[in-house]
Write a protein that binds this ligand. Structure first.
Ligand SMILES: [Zn+2]
Length: 299
């Protein structure tokens, strides 16, 4: 538990404007063009199936999706109008009407609940609940310092990178050592400041993860596939969850599972900077860069 408290060390406070406001019921309507939509369709982020019976409010008027997941607007709504959609089994979504009539709702995978999804995808340790993820398709791991040439360290990182690549469903490829033309880089080293925990320092701007470093508590930690894969989970954008492989001490789990994979499928369909629960009208973007610290005690 102590480590989970340490995990609350995300250093975002005061860095991102509007961080403290997690209100997901913004109903401001700001039409930006004369273009309109008259029909909207809602499908699941996970299955792609129509979401039946969703309650949708568009520019203040309420509708319920039919068997095909669609609603017909009684009055065509302008691009930019607020859409607020909710359905059992899905995160409430707040977004703006765009030129695309097909929308998705973030499905909560079977076996999980809102709290799990929220903390895995958004948890920033009590500061801003913002969706962070890489936009790059490649993450390069560079082992440095005294563990750089340790064969066991390198072998464990190759194995962990494969586990992490798998949980993304192919969206992100994590590689060791070999240069990539496009992608982000994390350095991995022994960290004297880790004090028993392995720590990932994650740099982001506008919700886009840009790289960072991992400090291993010990050489043994740097050879531990579970430790390495969990830290790569943070590089992918995962926060600390209440259960599963991304809980601060991995909760006795050896690998990412179907729930982490299902959440990542949905995370990848949302823009970096999206606010909890699923609100991109409050997209928290900007050019400022900040660093979050995840302190993890994998046992
Ligand atoms: Zn962690």
């Amino acid at each position: 538990m102590k480590r989970s408290l340490i995990a609350a060390l995300c250093l975002l406070g005061g860095v991102l404007p509007g961080c403290g406001n997690s209100d997901s019921t913004d109903t401001t309507t700001t039409p930006t063009a004369a273009t309109t939509q008259s029909t909207l369709t809602f499908t699941s982020t996970i299955t792609g199936s129509p979401v039946v019976g969703a309650r949708v409010v568009v520019a203040g008027s309420s509708y319920t999706t039919g068997a095909d997941g669609s609603i017909a607007l009684s009055t065509p709504a302008a691009i930019g109008a607020t859409i607020d959609a909710s359905a059992p089994g899905f995160l409430d979504r707040v977004t703006a009407l765009s030129t695309t009539p097909a929308l998705t709702l973030w499905e909560i995978p079977a076996g999980a609940d809102v709290a799990f999804v929220r903390q895995l995808a958004y948890n920033r340790a009590g500061t801003a609940e913002v969706l962070w993820r890489p936009t790059a398709a490649n993450i390069l791991l560079q082992i440095t310092g005294e563990i750089a040439s340790d064969p066991a360290v390198r072998a464990a990182h190759v194995q962990a990178a494969a586990m992490a690549s798998a949980v993304t469903g192919g969206k992100v490829s994590v590689q060791l050592g070999s240069p990539v033309s496009t992608g982000i880089t994390f350095t991995l080293q022994l960290g004297p400041s880790a004090q028993g925990a392995t720590t990932t320092y994650l740099t982001q701007s506008g919700g886009v993860i840009q790289g960072g470093r991992v400090e291993y508590a010990s050489a043994a930690a740097a050879r531990d596939v579970r430790v390495i894969a969990h830290e790569i989970g943070h590089m992918l954008g995962f926060g600390h969850a209440p259960s599963g492989f991304m809980c601060p001490n991995a909760c006795g789990v050896d690998n990412f599972g179907p729930l982490e994979q299902a959440v990542y499928v949905s995370m990848w369909q949302r823009n970096p900077g999206t606010a909890a629960l699923d609100n991109d009208r409050r997209l928290i973007t900007g050019s400022s860069t900040s660093t979050a610290v995840f302190s993890c005690d994998i046992r």
